[in-house]
Structures are given as structure tokens and as C-alpha cells.
Design a protein. Sequence first.
Length: 377
Amino acid sequence: MKEQYTRRFRLKLNQLFWIIVWWTLLGALDALGVYSLSAGWSVHDPGVVRFVLFNTLSAFFSSIISGGFLVFFLRDRFTMKSFGFALLISSFVISVLNFGVFLLTHGVLLSIRYGQNGLDPEVLARSTSLFDQPFYIKILIFWSIVAFITTIALHVNEKYGQGVLIKMLLGHYHRPREEERIFMFVDIKGSTAIAEQLGHVQFFNFLNDFFRDVTNPIVDTAGEIYQYVGDEIVISWDMKRGLNNANCIRCFFRMQELILRRSGFYRDKYGVAPEFKAGLHCGVVTTGEIGVIKKDIVFSGDTMNTTARIQAVCNKFRVRMLLSKNLLEKLDLPPLQYHPKRVGVFELKGKKQLVELYTFEEAMEPRYVGDGGISAT
């Protein structure tokens, strides 16, 4: 339980850290930019130093308060809203918070400078009088734009996956590169029949609820959602994170446990609860940015094809999960928790070599007691 929330908390802290870094840097650069437009300014001028200090401190405190509110509160509250609505409301709220922090910081610095109480009428008058200056209004507009861009950046980061946006900006995926990864292909069983039963719109909502619910177990086990393909979700780990504490295996059982606990919700809303199967495999893939008009990060290679085919034969062996011997041999399974069972040697469709497949006969995984996903009940 503690580990689950610690990882989610760390991801949010990482987002907040970058907001603090960029906003503080922008605060200092913005102040210097304002004075650079003035003739005869000097870094030795006490007025310049005070203004740069004020703007930098305001940006720093705003990034902590407004950025923290955005990351830890607003993003979760607007998950079910349209992107445009969430963007406008979040930007407006953050701009108002920034305005308040801006005013408060100026008042505190003035009270320190003149040795007066922050609520002293003279201090309050000086604090509010700064908004008569045109360049202060420009600063507020500037920070409203920063809040708007920050909200967009967080959304883009969610689209590509945690940490991918930074790697893209650094050119990590500009040239194709090989890396070894673990993949899990998860597919909803009987999805065609469910779609016919529910109709297209309700089936889409059904998928959306399922994908939303399994997100927490994926994040808790250090997984990355690579893509959604119809009723299938592809999850990926780098080798270190996927093998650590058997994260890739724990992910499956935590997803299964959570959906089992949520089965009542699905039956009440849709008349059917989802069941799923999964195939796991590891190997070398080529990773890179692809596309011209629409760009995306793509994994390609035989590893992807093999994982998909492993998942496809789950029904043949009447099991919910299959993994390759190649992956099993790399796992350090917790004692008395997972019991691998050999299914047999199978020639996967489209491949000449034989692949030895395993499943888990029993898993004594502690019950997943997370927050039940983020679906509305």
C-alpha cells in the first residue's frame, strides 16, 4: 500500500520539481528582460536587484503553491472533463493564485524593507500601487500565459507517458535506438460479443472505465502505457524496473484483483464485468520518433510480434496469462508468492522457432487495496 502511493506521489513530485525549476528561471529572466528594455539600467542598481529578487521569489513561491495545486488537485479533478474545459479552468485558477502570491510576496518584501507590519496601511498602499505600473500588468499577463503553457505541457506529458516529453525535448528519440524492454499485451476477453450487447457508444465507455481503472496498478508497478489498440492495452517496462520485485507479473495480478473488486460496478452499469488475458515477453526493440504530420514514439521489432502472439494463444491453453521462458528465467520471483507452471513448447504463428510458454498456477499476491481506480461509482 505504502509503495503504491509512494510511486504515484513521486511521479507528481517530479512534475512539481520541473515546474519549480522552469518558473523560477523564467521569473529571473522575465525581470531582467523588463529592465533590459530600459535605457541606462545596470545590474548594480539597487532597484534592479530588488525587482529581480522580487520577481524570482514570486515565481518560486507561485511555482510551489500554484504548481502544487495544479499537479496534486486540479489534474485529478478534471480527468473526466474535456481538455479544452480543463485547460481554461485550470489556467484561470492558476493565474488567480499567481496573482495572490505575487501580491503577498510584494507585501512581505515591503514590510521587511521598511520594518513595518504587512497589514500596515502604508505597506498595503505600496503593494497595490505597483499595479498602476504598465510593466507589472505585462508581468501578470506573462504569468497567465506560463500557466496556460504549463497545463498544456502536463497534458502532452500524459499523452506520451511519464518522462517521455523530457526525453523528446532532449532529442532522445530523434534517432532510432535499440533497447531491451519487457512488454505485456492485455486484451479483453469476448470483446466482440460485449460490443454487440452494449452498442458502440456504451462499449466505448466500458473500455474507457476499464482502461482508467487499470491505470493505477500499472503506475504502481512502474509500468508505462505504450498504446491503446481497440480493446487492447500495451504496457512496457525497461528491464530494470520490470524485473525489480517482479513488477511485470505483479502488475497483471493487481489489475486482476482490482477489476474483480470492481465487477459489481461494471455489472450495474453495463450488465457485464470485463475479463482479460495477457501475454508477456522481453527482448530488444527499436525505439524512435516516427511520422511527419503526426509524430509518435514507436517500438518495433520481433519482440512486439512475439508478445502479441503469446497473448493470442491464451484461449487455446485456457489460461489468463502466458509468458515466455526467456522472461521467466530473468525474473527473481518472491518466494511462496508466485508458482510458474510450464504450459509447453509452442510454435507461434508466423515464427519458425519454438517458444516455451509458462503461466502461473497460483499467485498469493497480497490483496490490492488501492483507491479502487479513479472511475466514478
